[in-house]
Design a protein around this ligand. Structure first.
Ligand SMILES: *[C@@H]1O[C@H](CO)[C@@H](O)[C@H](O)[C@H]1NC(C)=O
Ligand SMILES: *[C@@H]1O[C@H](CO)[C@@H](O)[C@H](O)[C@H]1NC(C)=O
Length: 370
């Protein structure tokens, strides 16, 4: 066959690129929902989101198929229908894995070509049969070079399978995303940015819990946008992702709709980096986690003092010896402005069930604008 003239090739390439990324055009105003939050699916104000992630489908370690636990079938299979009642154009994605799913099971699946194929094919069938528009991988998380190599193959083969399925079915290709840590470098191990960029529509950057719990605790944000004194911050992680080769247009900034409660050593020493005896488990969960809805209740019930520190970009509040660092309205709007100013594709929240009367979701949506 004679080679095609160059202008035609260029045009085809352009068309292909456009088709490939059409699903990702515009902004991502995202949020995750999961059933264990006990937040009713039908109560989500989906008008505040462009994308909603239903979390989590599971990897069946016996069959390597993606499955939904029987307890979740009713909500997951109706997820799209229900959230589209209030916003018919909201796009839904099925998330697979999550922080409680053992990383080793994903590593085992991804290490073999046959199990990758089973996983990929079952994920596409499941997404189609439940009416999702896309799939989101939450394998948390890879720690070895061999796992990064498996991840690269998994993503490349997944993209190929998604494109083939769309061609065969005549349907719009499923969106493919993954949630990765705030930095693409974990010790000396790095994420396969070329495969990520060529295979995924975008990366959900989990820019929270960026510190492990502190053995000698001090009050702090675990999702500070900036840190003038260290390289552990949201902005630094995003910068590293861009430097690694994933363009900002394929990065979506995650922020937490929860904070951490700490017990102060001294009620009068109540700023950032104040001595603490550890998590406040009377106010928060066993690790101090506390949702924004409970934080606002704590503030009003205890007439807590609230502070926004613009150097680190963190909200905190304190009353007595309880200190809570969190992403409040000022932190959220500053982070959304940061994402937009840096050319990122959008933002997402973990998780919509702990917003307080949609205040944070509204703040984020307005801060980005139309
Ligand atoms: C959810 O889906 C199931 C089928 O999977 C159906 O029987 C049920 O009526 C649906 N529930 C709602 C609330 O739509
Ligand atoms: C934020 O907190 C740090 C640490 O206490 C302090 O040095 C800095 O001045 C604060 N920034 C603002 C704007 O208050």
């Amino acid at each position: 066959m004679a080679p095609k003239p160059l202008p035609f090739l260029c045009f085809s390439l352009l068309l292909l690129l456009q088709l490939h990324f059409s699903a990702a055009q515009g902004v991502v105003k995202g949020g995750y929902w999961f059933p264990e939050s006990e937040f009713p699916l039908s109560d989500i104000d989906s008008t505040l989101f462009t994308h909603l992630f239903c979390a989590f489908a599971d990897l069946d370690t016996q069959t390597n198929q993606v499955v939904v636990s029987s307890a979740n079938v009713a909500s997951f299979s109706n997820f799209t229908t229900i959230v589209q009642l209030k916003n018919p154009s909201v796009i839904t994605l099925l998330s697979i894995g999550g922080g409680n799913a053992p990383s080793s099971t994903f590593a085992a699946m991804a290490s073999q070509s046959s199990s990758r194929a089973t996983f990929i094919d079952s994920s596409i069938s499941l997404a189609r049969s439940y009416g999702f528009y896309g799939l989101d991988l939450d394998w948390e998380h890879q720690t070895m070079d061999s796992e990064m190599a498996s991840l690269a193959l998994l993503l490349e083969e997944w993209r190929t399978a998604i494109d083939a399925e769309a061609t065969n079915s005549g349907l719009t290709p499923l969106i493919l995303t993954a949630a990765f840590p705030y930095t693409p470098r974990i010790n000396s191990v790095v994420y396969p940015s070329a495969s990520i960029s060529s295979s995924l529509d975008w990366v959900n950057v989990m820019a929270y819990d960026i510190f492990a719990p502190d053995p000698s605790p001090i009050t702090r944000s675990r999702a500070a946008l900036y840190d003038p004194n260290s390289e552990v911050s949201v902005s630094y992680g995003v910068e590293l992702w861009i430097q690694s080769g994933v363009p900002s247009t394929q990065l979506v900034l995650g922020f937490p709709f929860y904070g951490y409660a700490w017990v102060l050593v001294n009620a009068n020493d109540n700023g950032l980096f104040a001595p603490s005896t550890g998590p406040d488990t009377a106010v928060g969960a066993s690790d101090g986690t506390i949702g924004y809805d409970q934080i606002t209740a704590f503030i009003s019930q205890n007439s807590a003092t609230t502070v926004f520190n613009s150097t680190f970009v963190v909200d905190y509040c304190y009353a007595g010896t309880t200190w809570i660092g969190f992403d409040g309205t000022q932190t959220i709007s500053t982070k959304v402005s940061f994402a937009k100013a840096n050319g990122m594709l959008g933002y997402f929240a973990w998780h919509v069930g702990v917003d307080s009367n949609w205040v944070l979701s509204q703040t984020a949506s307005q801060a980005w604008g139309a």
